[in-house]
Design a protein around this ligand. Structure first.
Ligand code: ADP
Ligand code: 5GP
Length: 207
């Protein structure tokens, strides 16, 4: 039986460590494919077009929406972010577990379209540590950090929509936990309908 890929959504407050965690997960284990999103925000120092994001102008992004080229998109802190359709659907067909590192509005749109998607929410140990990480990353101005902290308070209202939370205190522990949750998700009945149906038919034949 061919293993079916799971669509995995990883959300969490800006600075919680999603990017760091997902990078480790992919380095450490096979079978994960990371979707590269499109965005209209400016590249940060060191970010490369096509690697961290596809950096688009607003008009180009709107063109993608019009072409149905995105499986979801959202506006986050004044910029568009969206998931290109082609890569995700291709990788799922190949049996890969595809990771989308996206915010909560997008996560909810994914849940509507892909009933078997696994929704994970990364938490910092506490709010003070979250701010420390955002400041420590050194990629945003103080004004943007404040905006992202306010957005975090809003996002915190939606955590119950997710299947699991993981606390990113010790990085390695958290990577291991994420991987174990995904392994377990492969074994739920709703993600193994075909296999279950086949066994049922075989058992009928044995009667
Ligand atoms: P996000 O993708 O959620 O916005 P990042 O992965 O960019 O967050 O992480 C934000 C900052 O926190 C980075 O500087 C990163 O090195 C740091 N960081 C991530 N995980 C941990 C951790 N477990 N302990 C301490 N610092 C961490
Ligand atoms: P950042 O600007 O820090 O890279 O990302 C800001 C937020 O946008 C993060 O919460 C990130 O997960 C989210 N994000 C990144 N790509 C996408 C996407 O394709 N769709 C949605 N909905 N959110 C995204």
């Amino acid at each position: 039986m061919k293993r079916k890929g799971i669509l995995i959504v990883v959300s969490g407050f800006s600075g919680a460590g999603k990017g760091t965690l997902v990078k480790k997960l992919i380095e450490k284990y096979d079978n994960y494919a990371l979707s590269v999103s499109a965005t209209t925000r400016q590249p940060r120092a060191g970010e490369q077009d096509g690697r961290e994001y596809f950096f688009l102008q607003k008009e180009q992004f709107e063109q993608k929406i019009a072409e149905n080229g995105l499986i979801e998109y959202a506006c986050y802190c004044d910029n568009y972010y969206g998931t290109p359709r082609e890569y995700v659907e291709g990788q799922l067909k190949d049996g890969k577990d595809v990771i989308l590192e996206i915010e909560i509005q997008g996560a909810l749109k994914i849940r509507e379209q892909y009933r078997d998607a696994l929704l994970l929410f990364v938490m910092p140990p506490n709010a003070e540590e979250l701010r420390r990480r955002l400041v420590g990353r050194g990629t945003e101005t103080e004004e943007v950090i404040d905006k992202r902290m306010r957005r975090a308070a809003e996002e915190a209202q939606g955590i119950e929509e997710y299947d699991y939370i993981v606390v990113n205190d010790d990085l390695e522990t958290c990577v291991g936990e994420l991987h174990e949750i995904i392994l377990a998700a492969h074994n739920t009945p709703n993600r193994n309908k075909e296999f279950i149906e086949n066994i049922r038919k075989e058992l009928e034949g044995e009667k």
